[in-house]
Structures are given as structure tokens and as C-alpha cells.
Write a protein that binds this ligand. Structure first.
Ligand code: ATP
Ligand code: MG
Ligand code: ZN
Length: 324
């Protein structure tokens, strides 16, 4: 299973854009240096001439080409050295006229050691997750919009701290998690009753991580499971399951709100297990308590969930408070 071909097409288009943008920058640099310091132009042409001769020589199989080859190589190297010196003397970096590559590994070809380069696969994943996120409320929530004043600051909770203190810790946990995001990374299970900010904070993390350039998929469990089911039993095609397994960060919101089904449980197990095996982080939010999660999803899932960081959300329904 792989990603839909239109995402590969998009990655290829982006790569071509990068190539032509870098080529245009190099062209500008060549013109600029040549206008200001004509000697750099002469040296560049001399280097091009020796490279041309080198290629011709290699193609010519008659006789012993080794001595001539060596001579040309040395000439080429010394011309390049001269060009570097001239550039530095003129106040430019010595590699100012070298080809420009955005990816050092594949030199913007998209392939590296006979396989698709990681930079290319990142583009494919990004294109795919952009499409899936297009309809999500990602833009609406940020850490800066998260107010602690909604949470009760008086001392009557049975949790050993005020609701505000607990939520302050949760906010810090999420903010730090987003800021320090890297791969491989740990996972988070957010638990708590309705309207306490679980979705708000998971979206805030998703937004920050996306801005860092990672691929992120956000979706509610009912939506994503339904999509997987439709693709599995229908003939529409699609690769949601594969995308959920491979994306850098998966945010699975509202776990437990989906219709109860064996198929969903097994899809969830596959996602969770595959992601954990590849040490990819997942953020899950749910209204269910740990024992309820175990009853509903079984031991194999609940034991995996128990390894996650598990902040508990407390307080009174912010959705209601905001309405008042
Ligand atoms: N601390 C907060 N500051 C500002 N807005 C908040 C805060 N907490 C929640 N909200 C807002 O209140 C509404 C409900 O919050 P949210 O959707 O995050 O709750 P939830 O915990 O995901 O609830 P549910 O379990 O029902 O999914 C959202 O519009 C959210 O932006
Ligand atoms: Mg929610
Ligand atoms: Zn690359």
C-alpha cells in the first residue's frame, strides 16, 4: 500500500519548482559576479572548457588516455581553486557559484541510493495530510487562545490541587511537547469530561508541529474510522489507514465517540501498534476512563495506551461557560 499517485505528482511538481528556483538564483549570481568581476566569468568559461574536454576524452577510447586525463583534471581543479580565491577576494563565500541544492542528500533529484529520497517522501506525506486536514478546524485553536481563567481556582477538588493548577500543568505539558517535537517521540492520551479543552490543546499542538514542517493528521475517531471502513469495504480506493500509520504526528480526537464495532477496534489496534513500533507519536483524546477503555478496546490496546503520558482534564465545561 502506498500513497495516492496524485500526491507523488504534487511532490514532483514541488521538486521541479525548487530546481528552477535554485537555478534562477545561481544564474543571477553568475551575472552579478561577472558584471562586477569579469575575471570570474573568464574562469568559469575556462572551467567549462576543461570539463568539456574531460568528457570528450573519456568518450574517446583510443589509446592510453590516463596521462592526458590526469593533466586535465589537475587543470580543472586549479581553475576551480582560482575561482574560489577570486570570489573570496571579492567578498563572496567561496561556494557562491556552486550549484545550489535544497537537499544535500539527493541534490534535489528526489532519489538517493536508488530509492526515493526522504525529502521527497516528506513532500508526499505533507501533500496527503494537507488534503485530509483541509476540512478540519486546525486554524481556530492556538496555545495563546487558551485561557486558564475558565478553571476554578478554589481549593475544593479531590485531586490535591485546584483545577486551574492542574490545567496550567496540562497547558505547559502540551506547549512543551509541541515546541520540543522531534522524531521518534512520545505519545499523549488526554482524558476528561466534555468541554474542558482537550480538542483545543490537541489542535494547538497540531498547529505548532505543522508549522515546524512535520506531517500531521488531525481527525475525530468517528470520522477517521468511518473513512477507513468505507475504503476497506467499498471499491472507492484510498489510503487513509496507511496515511494514519505513516504520518509524523497523528491526532485522534474523541476516541470512544465512534460506533462500537470489531472492525474499528482492529483498525485502531493496527494504527496504534504500527505507529508505536516505528516510534511515531500519537495524541489521543477521550471522555472514557481507563477501565472503560480497557473494556471497550481490550487489553492489548489498553496496555499500549497506558504507556502514554496521560494528562487528566478537569474543571467545568468551558463550552457552557463561554455561552454565559
Ligand atoms: N481554556 C480554554 N480557553 C479558551 N477556550 C477554551 C478553553 N477550553 C476550551 N475552550 C473552548 O471551548 C470549546 C470546547 O473545548 P474543546 O472542544 O477543546 O473541549 P473537549 O475537551 O475537546 O470536549 P469534548 O470532550 O466534548 O470533545 C472550544 O470552542 C474550545 O476552543
Ligand atoms: Mg473534543
Ligand atoms: Zn532529498
Amino acid at each position: 500500500m502506498g500513497f495516492d499517485s496524485r500526491f507523488y505528482d504534487q511532490a514532483e511538481r514541488e521538486l521541479k519548482d525548487i530546481q528552477s528556483r535554485n537555478a534562477a538564483v545561481l544564474e543571477m549570481r553568475i551575472k552579478e559576479t561577472e558584471t562586477r568581476f569579469p575575471v570570474t566569468g573568464e574562469l568559469r568559461r575556462a572551467i567549462a572548457a576543461t570539463s568539456g574536454k574531460l568528457i570528450a576524452l573519456i568518450a574517446d577510447r583510443s589509446g592510453d588516455i590516463k596521462p592526458k586525463l590526469r593533466e586535465l583534471e589537475l587543470e580543472n581543479l586549479s581553475l576551480q581553486e582560482k575561482l574560489r580565491l577570486e570570489l573570496v577576494r571579492a567578498g563572496y563565500p567561496e561556494d557562491y557559484l556552486d550549484p545550489i541544492y535544497s537537499c544535500r542528500k539527493c541534490r534535489d533529484t528526489g532519489t538517493y541510493e536508488g530509492r526515493l529520497c526522504s525529502c521527497f517522501m516528506e513532500r508526499v506525506k505533507k501533500a496527503a495530510s494537507d488534503e485530509l486536514n483541509a476540512s478540519s478546524p486546525l486554524k481556530l485553536c492556538g496555545f495563546d487562545e487558551f485561557r486558564l481563567s475558565y478553571y476554578d481556582d478554589s481549593d475544593h477538588t479531590s485531586l490535591g490541587a485546584t483545577a486551574r493548577k492542574i490545567m496550567e500543568k496540562n497547558l505547559e505539558l502540551c506547549r512543551k511537547y509541541a515546541e520540543d517535537f522531534h522524531l521518534p517521540y512520545s505519545s499523549i492520551l488526554m482524558r476528561g469530561r466534555t468541554g474542558l479543552g482537550k480538542t483545543h490543546l490537541s489542535l494547538s499542538i497540531a498547529k505548532t508541529v505543522l508549522e515546524k514542517g512535520y506531517s500531521v493528521i488531525y481527525g475525530s475517531a468517528p470520522d477517521l474510522f468511518r473513512r477507513i471502513e468505507k475504503e476497506h469495504f467499498g471499491n472507492s480506493g484510498g489510503d487513509t489507514l496507511d496515511m494514519l500509520i505513516k504520518t509524523d504526528l497523528l491526532v485522534l480526537d474523541d476516541l470512544g465517540a465512534e460506533f462500537e464495532s470489531k472492525f474499528y477496534v482492529s483498525a485502531f489496534y493496527n494504527i496504534l501498534n504500527d505507529r508505536m513500533n516505528s516510534q511515531l507519536p500519537t495524541i489521543i483524546s477521550t471522555n472514557l476512563e481507563l477501565p472503560e477503555l480497557e473494556t471497550r478496546y481490550g487489553e492489548r490496546i489498553s496496555s499500549r495506551l497506558s504507556t502514554m503520558t496521560k494528562p487528566i482534564f478537569v474543571g467545568s465545561d468551558v463550552r457552557m461557560l463561554k455561552k454565559q
